[in-house]
Structure formats: C-alpha cells, structure tokens
Design a protein around this ligand. Structure first.
Ligand code: DGY
Length: 321
C-alpha cells in the first residue's frame, strides 16, 4: 500500500506526477493562497509525510496533531518555520533543499544590491510618472559598486557565492561568520573581522545567515548607528534578523543611505508599513530563489526526500541540528 502524504502548495505538474507514482498524494490546490492552518491541522493527522514550504508554521502544536508522520520535507533551505527539535524528539525526520538555490539567491542578492545602489526602481518610476524633464548632472545619483567594500554577514554557501560576484565587480570583501573560511580568504582575498568592524567599515552590508532566535534583531538601533551614513544594507536571509522599526528610523533620519529587502519579519509585509513609504528602500516579495530552474530543483529534492525515505531509504538531505 502506498504511504500517504500531504502537499501544502500547488507544485509543478511533473513533480506531482512523480509523487503519485510512489505515494498516495493529497495536495492543497489553490495557486496563491497558502493552506489555512485549521485545514493543515486536520490533514496532517494521518499522513506519513508532509511536503511543506516556508508559508506553513510547523510548530509543536502542528506536529502533535500528526499521528503517523515520519518525515517533514521542506521545500526551502531555511527551516526556522519548523520546530526541528520537537519533530526529531518525536522520531520525525526533517529535510530541506541545500545547495540548489545557492547561485540563484546570490544572483538576486547582487541584483538587489545594484538596484538599491543605483536607485533603479526609483528611476524607473521617475520616468513613468512623467518627472523626467531633461538629463541633469546630479539627477538620481547613486553609489558606486566597483572599488567599494562589501561586508558579508554569514559566509555559508550563499555568502561565498555572493563574495565571488563581489570579487568580479572589483569590491573589497569583509566577512563575519561563526568560523573563519580560510579557503575563501585565499581564493577571494576576503578578510575576516568582527561584526562591529564590518558594520563600521563596509559600504554594503549583506545579511546571509540562517535565522534562529539567537539572531533575532542582530541588526538593531546600535548596529545601524555603527554603519556609515553612506552605507547600504541588504537582507535576503530572514526578516527577523533586522529590527524593522530601528531600520525605518535609521533610513528616515539618513543614518544609513539605503536598504534593499527581500524578506520581512511579517510576510507579506503590511502595506501600511512605514518602510514602504521611504524612497531609499527597495522591497521585493521574498524571491531570492525564484528562478524557474531552481524552484523546479527545489521541488524535485523535496519530492525525492519523501519518496526515498517513505520507501525505506535514507533521506537525501536531512536537517541536522
Ligand atoms: C529558503 O529556501 O529558505 C528561501 O527563503 C525560500 O526559497
């Protein structure tokens, strides 16, 4: 008999077809609306496996509702929305999708950095709003990337991929990480430093650490005050790493120059958030890994983990905490 799984979001047809060859699959069919929590609390009750994404909170209560669950297969590399410790305690394996989204997320991070530095969104709106009356020497001037210093907080896979891009653009690279990465220092001339030094000396600060309660508001008022008044802050990791109220104040009071944000503490961000009123912020709806090829690869690994594990094999990419 096939094992039962629940898929919380509509996934590419090819991946769905692959899943149904091996497993008894039920899927939430709405394209753009996540499965409501009350529905998932019922659906999780008797399934053997769960295919989920970052839009579902798989906390202790949710896991406790599951009577047969053996695997939570997460279509994301980040797993802060899942209580992995509690799942493991219940004997449930959690998997994620490391590796496949590295380059795509680094691309988006660099795109956001460039868009923020050169005011791309603001300039496009300026033209469309009919404000472009003539070329003018100091119109929409931004910041240079070539020759500037980038400080990367988190030198994991995506941090390293970003550092390679920065090197290609002639940037000086600083980084702050739990441990030193000597091979990256050698390859790219990156310099390891403490967080305060990174904040004080970087023209661009890019956050690329995984979220855990220990890094909540790692960047708050005190840290923003340390940054250069000309600096740009880029966040493509998780929103909760920045204190958004402190960021708003710093941007409004011109204590830093600009920010590029792909992630927010609450997603979707409320449209009345004061951050959205500022011209010096570029905001994106959490699209770091959103390329066609990468999203398909992420869905494939998520499906492969379920199939392999529920058919008696080892999970391909288990989360180890
Ligand atoms: C992740 O994988 O953690 C991203 O935030 C979503 O792709």
């Amino acid at each position: 008999m096939k094992r039962k799984i629940y898929v919380t979001r509509k996934i590419p047809a090819s991946i769905y077809d692959q899943l149904v060859q091996h497993l008894d699959v039920k899927m939430w069919e709405e394209e753009d609306i996540p499965v409501p929590r009350e529905v998932l609390l019922k659906e999780i009750k008797d399934v053997d496996g769960l295919f989920c994404t970052i839009t579902e909170t798989i906390d202790e209560k949710m896991i406790s509702h599951a009577e047969n669950l053996k695997i939570i297969s997460n279509m994301a590399v980040g797993f802060n929305h899942i209580d992995v410790k509690f799942a493991n305690k219940k004997g449930i394996v959690v998997t994620n999708t490391p590796g496949v989204l590295t380059e795509t997320t680094a691309d988006l991070t660099f795109a956001l950095l460039m868009a923020t530095a050169r005011r791309v969104v603001e300039a496009s709106n300026y033209l469309r709003n009919g404000e472009w009356k003539s070329w003018s020497p100091m119109q929409l001037i931004g910041k240079d990337i070539y020759g500037a210093t980038i400080g990367i907080i988190g030198m994991g896979r995506i941090g390293q991929a970003l550092a390679r891009r920065a090197k290609g653009f002639g940037m000086k690279i600083l980084y702050y990480n739990r441990s030193r990465k000597l091979e990256i220092e050698k390859e790219l001339g990156a310099e390891y430093c403490d967080l305060d030094t990174l904040l004080e000396t970087s023209d661009y600060v890019s956050i690329l650490i995984p979220y855990s309660p220990g890094v909540k508001y790692l960047i708050g008022n005190k840290e923003l005050q340390r940054m250069k008044k000309t600096a740009i802050l880029i966040n493509t990791a998780r929103g909760g790493i920045i204190d958004e109220q402190a960021l708003y104040n710093a941007l409004k009071n011109k204590e830093i120059w600009a920010a590029g944000l792909d992630v927010f503490e609450k997603e979707p961000i409320d449209l009345d958030s004061p951050l959205l009123t500022l011209p010096n912020v570029v905001t994106l709806p959490h699209i770091g890994s959103a390329s066609e090829a990468t999203r398909i690869k992420m869905a494939e690994i998520t499906a492969d983990n379920l199939i392999q594990f529920l058919e008696g094999g080892d999970p391909l990419t288990p989360v180890i905490i």
